[in-house]
Ligand binder design. Sequence first.
Ligand code: SGN
Ligand code: CA
Length: 509
Amino acid sequence: MRAPVLLLLTLLSCQAAERPNIVFLFSDDHALQAISAYGGRFKDIAPTPNIDRLAKQGAVFERSYCANSICGPSRACVLTGKHSHKNGFIDNENCRFDGSQPTFPKYLQQAGYQTAIIGKWHLITNPTGFNHWEILPGQGNYYNPDFLRMDGTKTRVEGYCTDIITDKALAWLKNRRIKDKPFVLMCQHKAPHRNWVPAERHYNLFDGQDLPEPPTLFDDYAGRSAALARQQMTIAKDFMWGHDMLLHGKPTDPRFLGGQNGEYARMNPAQKTAFDKAYQKENQQLLADLAAGKLDDKALTRWKYQRYIKNYLRCIRAVDESVGRVLDYLDESGLAKNTIVIYSADQGFYLGEHGWYDKRWMFEESLAMPFLIRWPGVVNPGVRSKVLIQNIDYAPTFLEAAGLAIPADIQGRSLVPILQNEGNAPADWRKGIYYFYSGENTHRVAAHAGVRNDRYKLFFLPKSNEWQLFDLEQDPQELRSLHEDPASAAVLAEMKKLYQTLRVQYEVK
Ligand code: SGN
Ligand code: CA
């Protein structure tokens, strides 16, 4: 071989060896309020020590937002680095992901990365751009879940979903990838998505405790659009007896909707026995209290909240353990030093705030996405950033981290300069983030689109032709819209300008 060619090859292989691996740990509906690194009311009761390891060893982004607060759309934004109107996946009800479009796994694969995705996908069409994939069909199941595989087969795996996804992710890392190539592993959990069925070992966590309620559990929606009261995602009225509350049989009280717990139906006899043993005592007490007329509306909403939040946090315990297992393996194998690890979730969630569960609204709890990142040698431990970031920024970040150019049609911006600079943004960073939600039938949340800057949030509801404006500094719980407040007229005008500017910039039609 001629010397210059040899030199080039040596240079290329050195470069390849230095390119960082990416482990993308992603869950479904994990609210910031339920991650102790972000603080919040469950910090001491339900800590997340393993997710917190990333915070201690890396950076936490405190103003991290999605572009469209539901599953498929958020995932499409992550993969493409583009807003929903550009990647085509605007809602969960009518869309199929166009797998022929460019995505960050495709770009990285073309550049020599090994790429794998294991777990929840939820984009209808099969994954493209992956050397290996094994996904849950649709939403997937907590117990004895089915997996779709690359060869077109579907297999049912006995056990608990979060643990199985972790086992499969670790098996790929240990045995299946080509070891001399850099890799991207996307390990994507179903948990803690509805209907919140915990692992057997966590059924009795928090038993006998009263978990703290949010101050807005009984929000009356005064001072804001009437659309807020018209959704169908309240703890008080929209929980199903079996599906959400995990009770058996038919409701014995009209204040519950019907609907069976499909996860129980999937369990094997031993799993059913363990489940029944865990919930029996509390269930019997509820039935007795309902029969005796002991629970007025407020007391029943409080009971529902406790049942919901405990199961939600129990599901998160398994996710946190999964993160711990992956981090341990990266440490033991020596991969940790050249691997970027991210923890995020497709959107936030209401944990009783405004009386709600679910997401979709542009209020902070569901607009926010967790974003924690560890990158040894680049991100200093313990960084906390207040820069406005979005899920469209992930793809360009991964491309830049891998030394690739960022295609001009990607709408997000790479976070690498922020990561290299203690969480501080470059001078020309965005002044606000753009948000869009199409208004699905599920849960009846009205369509809206808006912007958020460092202090204010503005959104427009086309159906009722109204604006909503919130001052997040003065009113962090977003209880009073200022759109008709004469003293806020200048802010309203400024935020409308930002809204128009971002719509032009992102080519919203
Ligand atoms: C299901 C849930 C909804 C949830 C959507 C979207 N109902 O329809 O509560 O809002 O998914 O969630 S359930 O009865 O199936 O649990 S998403 O995370 O996929 O966007
Ligand atoms: Ca979700």
